[in-house]
Design a protein. Structure first.
Length: 122
């Protein structure tokens, strides 16, 4: 029993250490990247890629899928809302709003960076 307690404690400490792992500057930059489309074809491609990423990476089902909003139902601890907004110049910007009730903020930044890289095709 004592060995199991020590193992669980070690596992918990390892998990916290992973959460506290520093982010590299490229990941931070990718997470903060503004996803702005240069033309309608690019916007359509970005929007399709956002839907595909949600389908492949989020266990919660997609509850809203319109030309301007993608939203999951928040099953588990993660819910996503991705919004396509028109800018003043007639282009579109895609904004990402994840909700992570469990886990650390560094993980949230990494996931946002991964999503934006996927949408942008990088």
């Amino acid at each position: 029993m004592m060995a199991r307690s020590k193992w669980l404690l070690a596992l918990g400490v390892a998990g916290l250490a992973a959460c506290a792992a520093p982010l590299d500057s490229a990941t931070i930059a990718d997470a903060e990247l503004a996803l702005t489309c240069n033309n309608e074809a690019q916007c359509t491609r970005y929007w399709q890629r956002a839907q595909a990423w949600l389908a492949q990476n989020v266990p919660a089902r997609l509850t809203t899928a319109t030309d301007t909003v993608l939203e999951t139902d928040g099953g588990g601890d993660k819910a996503w809302r991705i919004v396509r907004e028109r800018t003043d110049g007639g282009l579109s910007r895609i904004r990402v709003y994840p909700t992570c009730e469990q886990g650390c903020s560094n993980d949230k930044v990494r996931v946002i960076a991964d999503l934006k890289r996927y949408i942008a095709g990088r």
